[in-house]
Design a protein around this ligand. Structure first.
Ligand code: SF4
Length: 299
């Protein structure tokens, strides 16, 4: 907490914002391999934060997609925290490259649970439903562990894909909102012929779920909130909306250049800075530093 000058607002960085342990672990794994100097390619961006990607690129990490796999000079391919379907492990092996598996342990466990539930569902003519975003990497990975038979439900429109006569096992992508999961659960119960045919596994990651009530409070404690997150971060969008609902004076930035002087015209007594599970601590500190400079040059 800092009070820079008399009459300057206090700038507070939320102590609970920033990388979750799954993202931290993936980045530590990448950095450990980069230090060996053999080259490392990440299959997709390692974290949904453009600024952190730039930092890791400078250390030698580059992102590839499947089309660039063959031309990549790196002998190692990192699987990020989101995880991958079994077919990805087979494809990397077939390419002669080595997998560096940085799948988050929480996602890994979820993949195993979904796979087991899918095997049981097959034996009883049941079905697996995943509440999540259709093209999100984690969901693609999860579906792969059901031979792509799981039904992905993102909104009520997708319920038509669910057979109302079958026993149904519901899971959630780890970064969805608890509130959204409750809604989908209720909709599914009324969609199925027998409500007792639904089994729900509440698999939203505690690293995300616990941040929601905390951020609500944090956003209400400061007249102005600057939310720092990557433009592609699913978790960032959820948590930004939580802050904005609690405090309409909440602004989203993905880089310091996006800070707008007009946001500070109302001379708030304090400014809260917070972020997503993919937001690096150094970026929130840089944003705080830039706000201090901006306010100081105005005085
Ligand atoms: S949000 Fe949770 S599940 Fe997702 S990477 Fe972080 S710790 Fe793992």
């Amino acid at each position: 907490m800092n009070s820079d000058k008399k009459n300057s607002p206090i700038i507070v960085i939320d102590s609970k914002s920033g990388f979750c342990f799954g993202v931290s672990k993936a980045i530590q794994t990448a950095e450990a391999h980069l230090q060996q100097g053999t080259g490392l390619a990440s299959l997709g961006d390692i974290v949904h934060n453009e600024e952190e990607i730039k930092r890791l690129q400078a250390e030698g990490l580059h992102s590839i997609d499947w089309a660039k796999l063959a031309s990549s000079s790196s002998p190692k391919v990192l699987f990020r925290a989101h995880g991958e379907p079994p077919s990805s492990y087979e494809a990397i092996k077939a390419s002669g490259k080595e997998v560096v598996d940085a799948t988050c342990p929480v996602v890994l466990k979820l993949q195993q649970r979904i796979h087991k539930a899918w095997q049981e569902a097959r034996a009883t003519n049941g079905q697996i439903v995943i509440y999540g975003k259709k093209n999100h990497a984690e969901v693609i990975g999860l579906c792969g562990h059901t031979n792509n038979e799981a039904i992905v439900v993102q909104t009520s429109d997708d319920l038509q894909l669910v057979d109302p006569a079958k026993k149904t096992i519901l899971f959630a992508q780890t970064t969805m909102s608890n509130h959204g999961l409750v809604e989908i659960e209720q909709l599914l119960r009324s969609h199925l012929y027998k409500t007792e045919d639904l089994t729900v596994h509440k698999t939203i990651c505690a690293q995300v779920g616990n941040r929601v009530p905390h951020l609500k409070k944090f956003a209400q404690q400061h007249p102005l909130i600057i939310f720092v997150g990557g433009k592609k971060s699913s978790n960032g969008k959820v948590l930004y909306e939580v802050c904005r609902a609690a405090n309409p004076q909440t602004y989203f930035v993905s880089a310091v250049e996006e800070l707008q002087p007009a946001w500070f015209n109302a001379a708030p007594t304090s400014i809260g800075i917070c972020g997503a599970t993919s937001t690096p601590q150094w970026l929130m500190e840089t944003v705080a530093e830039n706000i201090r400079t901006l306010l100081t040059t105005r005085l």
